[in-house]
Design a protein around this ligand. Structure first.
Ligand SMILES: Cc1cc2nc3c(=O)[nH]c(=O)nc-3n(C[C@H](O)[C@H](O)[C@H](O)COP(=O)(O)OP(=O)(O)OC[C@H]3O[C@@H](n4cnc5c(N)ncnc54)[C@H](O)[C@@H]3O)c2cc1C
Length: 378
């Protein structure tokens, strides 16, 4: 019997499996998608801290293509205040990295296979039953498996999601696509706050990946625009810092909300990654917090005597250890969305002053950069 069963071989479940195996812990993964399923076209922004985790697991060198972000330009539309962060200032090779979700999941699949980690592809877990000394997974193929610890890394998409401790529907959607700009990106990312919500341009290969936040109604309208209408609307929304927008790939929209379920220890079951918290994509925090969940859970399992893996004491220690980082990320993201997505005069000026302070005060800059790279405990 494996010591740990993992539900979901998305990036967080896969990283957890590799990190556990590095700790010498027997692990088995159950993934609903077939092995040859095509990953969706979303883009991920990895922090410098996430790179360090992937390096230690032997995944980083397999990632291609990856585009470094060496500078970030933060501004608000229609008001003063610009802040610029650069990798040189904080003495790291890059502030973050942009890559297709499929690039990461393909590399993880190869490393999992090389490490001979047992993965059952194409089988969904339908139900988890907890007991005092083991939890049991009931699978769609009728089989069941038990282990002293079950890690749920299903991205919050499984059947039995517990009631969230905190939930906020921003009534916003993220419109995503790749765009080509007149000027080369030179590895600079943009985060531009507008009263309708933040818009981000992330350097990705020769192009930019765009995440345009808009109200539900506007987003639905934006995805229906023709290419020419869309490029013109984006220019009006974002401004001309990169010159004209020349081309765009097909647009998709997805709802943005905050769902915090938490990682509180149930009997022998723990939730990590998006299964524990789904964040607004502003500042690219959610995925990186999920990777730290996986890494720290594996480290704690490695430090625990075998008989203690999955015990109430161990899971309580895990939940305690993660609280500052996770709630810090939840609070930071929620603050940015709510304080920046409006056109209230005094707040606009306060935001301008905040951005100015970020621009001119090196300690504040270093604080924000470290938080983006390593989370609330950075
Ligand atoms: C459109 C979009 C854009 C995004 N952009 C960014 C970004 O720029 N930066 C960023 O940091 N984050 C971004 N995110 C968030 C990011 O995708 C998630 O943080 C990340 O995918 C979470 O990884 P995960 O492994 O927890 O979950 P997932 O990636 O969702 O993986 C979960 C896995 O579990 C499997 N699974 C589900 N249910 C079951 C079951 N019952 N049994 C077995 N297996 C199951 C699924 O098939 C899947 O493989 C974006 C999200 C979306 C939707």
């Amino acid at each position: 019997m494996s010591s740990v069963l993992i539900v979901g071989a998305g990036p967080v479940g896969a990283v957890c499996a590799l990190a556990l195996q590095q700790q010498g812990i027997a692990v088995q993964v159950i993934e609903a998608q077939p092995e040859d399923a095509r990953a969706d076209s979303r883009t991920l922004a990895l922090s410098h801290g996430a790179r360090l985790i992937l390096e230690r697991l032997g995944v980083w060198d397999r990632l291609d293509p990856v585009t470094p972000i060496t500078r970030i330009h933060v501004s608000q539309r229609g008001a003063l205040g610009v802040a610029r962060l650069s990798a040189d200032e904080v003495k790291v090779p890059a502030l973050g990295y942009v890559l297709p979700y499929a690039t990461l999941t393909t590399a993880l699949k190869q490393v999992l296979a090389d490490a001979a980690i047992a993965i059952d592809y194409g089988v969904a877990v339908e139900r988890i039953e907890s007991a005092a000394d083991a939890a049991t997974l009931h699978r769609a193929d009728g089989r069941s498996d038990s282990a002293p610890l079950v890690v749920v890394a299903d991205g919050g998409r499984g059947e039995a999601v517990p009631t969230p401790k905190f939930e906020r529907d921003y009534d916003q959607m993220g419109v995503v696509c790749d765009v080509q700009t007149e000027l080369p990106h030179a590895n600079q990312a943009y985060e531009r706050f507008t009263p309708e919500g933040p818009a981000a341009l992330l350097p990705k290969g020769e192009h930019y990946a765009l995440v345009w936040t808009a109200s539900r109604e506007d987003a639905e309208r934006i995805v229906q625009l023709t290419d020419a209408e869309f490029l013109a609307a984006l220019y009006r929304h974002f401004g001309g810092r990169q010159g004209l927008f020349l081309q765009a790939s097909p647009r998709k929209a997805f709802p943005l909300k905050l769902v915090y379920v938490g990682s509180e220890a149930a009997d022998r079951v723990v939730r990590i990654g998006n299964a524990a918290q789904t964040l607004h994509p502003v500042a690219g925090q959610g995925f990186n917090i999920g990777l730290r969940d996986a890494w720290e859970l594996a480290a704690l399992c490695g430090e625990s005597p075998t008989g203690e893996i999955g015990s109430a004491a161990m899971l309580a220690a895990y939940a305690r250890g993660r609280r500052v980082d996770v709630l810090g990320g939840v609070g930071f993201t929620d603050f940015l969305v709510r304080v920046f997505s409006n056109d209230i005069g005094p707040l606009r000026h306060a935001r301008g002053l905040g951005l100015l302070a970020l621009e001119v005060l090196p300690p504040l800059k270093s604080f924000v950069a470290r938080r983006m790279m390593f989370g609330a405990r950075g």
